[in-house]
Design a protein around this ligand. Structure first.
Ligand SMILES: *Cc1c(COP(=O)(O)O)cnc(C)c1O
Length: 448
């Protein structure tokens, strides 16, 4: 075994891992990244078709982002963000205001997605407390939701794999049945649905709307749930019912922001604005830990008063608004503006989805291929007709992952759902390559 791997296993407790699995598959020690490729210490290259946990937006070691960070680091690496500020953060917020859904104009920085979610929940609760609705102490969220893994964020989430064990220490959340378009309980298809499933939201709002501060949603794409995709109409309906019950619509765009769904933000598909939006991941191109919630003038104003009123939002993180992170984020916006990346990605998305459907749908274990933007998911099932899932204990997805790694592709399926969520700059030849290799691996694990 390579000495670096030995030392890695001696010291490091890797995230989201059963460390015993590393006995048979040791960690890949990555030395270098370039575009959509990663290179390990032996020089073997891997196609990073999962964008290094969905955050790498414009390729590894993108020359323009590298340059921006290098330039910034010689001026200022970090400064306390209470009472102090700096040009990179100010510029970033000014620019984001122009591309965010209408009305989102006040920015609060944190340093990871989970903490942005928790700060947003606190701000929503405090808003209601300070505007005469102290009874609004509850939160709503969808089944199968994922909003991060610190205790508050984990509470609003509902993926058993992460949540179940910790239930005794989590908050009580009002759970709304999420759309399930592949196994629609109303017998509808993606083409003929009117979000009949929204009736569960209506029921819960009727019961609990008056005591609810906010509802959290991953707009259009429940990522960790297995890249479950649902229609924009659901968000429009949420907007209406939130207005009716004075409940904040809190959009978790941590995974969907910055072009992942084909538009800049997932909420753009629905043409409505949330009251609060959380951003991270693609925000810095996947370079630096940085996150934020963005909200409206109306919410901001409920906190604006003399100090002794006690209405300030007393929330902080040491690395809030880090200048290096803000510089990376500004460089990302430069690139998105200058290089018509989104337009190109939209065109490529059509091609990508077509070849995935052509290659995978004929396989007897492929239940559905679904896509939004460049994100494509392939749901493996035991039985296509009944949509019966594979037995999870067989870890079919994990077997496919191991095969693909050997062949130089990083797939990392979610259970038995293989997905592609590549950097927006992926080219057609690499789409051909990853889909060929993924199909090969699928056929080796599940022969026809
Ligand atoms: C990744 C993610 C989070 C959590 O962000 P972290 O930076 O990992 O804490 C929250 N919500 C969604 C939708 C995510 O994809």
């Amino acid at each position: 075994m390579n000495e670096w791997i030995k030392k890695d296993l001696k010291y490091i407790w890797h995230p989201c891992s059963q460390m015993k699995d590393y006995e048979t598959l040791s960690p890949m020690i990555i030395e270098k990244g370039e575009g959509i490729y990663l290179y390990d210490i032996n020089g073997k290259k891997y196609l990073d078709v999962i964008s290094s946990w969905w955050c790498n937006l414009l390729g590894h070691c993108n020359p323009k982002i590298n340059e921006a960070i290098k330039k910034q680091i010689d001026n200022l690496e970090h400064v306390i963000f209470a009472n102090f500020s700096h040009k990179p953060a100010i510029t970033l917020c000014e620019r984001l205001t122009k591309i965010l859904p209408k009305g989102l104009c006040k920015f609060n920085f944190t340093d990871n997605g989970s903490s942005a979610i928790e700060a947003a929940m606190k701000v929503s609760f405090q808003y209601h407390e300070q505007t005469g609705n102290p009874q609004k102490t509850k939160f709503m969220a969808l089944t199968d939701a994922y909003h991060g893994e610190t205790i508050g964020a984990l509470s609003v989430g509902d993926c058993d794999l992460y949540t179940k064990l910790y239930k005794p220490i989590l908050m009580d959340i009002i759970r709304i049945k999420a759309p399930d378009c592949y196994r629609c309980p109303y017998g509808k298809t993606r083409d003929n649905c009117c979000c009949e499933c929204f009736e569960d939201a209506e029921k819960q709002f009727e019961k609990f709307g008056n005591e609810t501060a906010a509802i959290l949603v991953e707009p259009l794409l429940q990522g960790s749930a297995g890249m479950k995709i649902y229609p924009p109409l659901y968000l429009k309906k949420l907007r209406e019912i939130c207005d009716k019950y004075n409940v904040h619509l809190l959009a978790d765009e941590i995974a969907t922001g910055f072009g992942r769904t084909g538009k800049m933000f997932a909420f753009d598909h629905a043409e409505v604005s949330p009251d609060i939006m959380c951003l991270s991941k693609g925000l810095t191109g996947g370079y630096m830990p940085c996150a934020m919630f963005v909200t409206t003038q109306k919410i901001y104003d409920a906190f604006y008063d003399d100090y002794n009123s006690g209405k300030a939002f007393m929330h902080s993180h040491t690395y809030s608004g880090n200048p290096l992170a803000c510089s990376a984020a500004n460089a990302v916006l430069d690139i998105l503006e200058d290089e018509s990346i989104l337009k190109q990605a939209q065109e490529n998305a059509i091609y990508f989805n077509k070849i995935i459907k052509d290659k995978f749908l004929p396989h007897k274990n492929v239940g559905e291929v679904r896509s939004i933007g460049l994100i494509n998911a392939i749901e493996l099932v035991k039985n296509k007709a009944t949509k019966e899932p594979l037995e999870s204990r067989l870890r079919t997805g994990y077997q496919i992952y191991k095969k693909a790694l050997k062949k130089g592709v990083i797939l990392r399926p979610l259970g038995d759902i293989i997905y592609f969520n590549p950097p927006l700059i992926i080219e057609k030849k690499d789409m051909d390559l990853v889909t060929d290799i993924a199909l090969e691996c699928l056929k080796e694990i599940l022969p026809e």
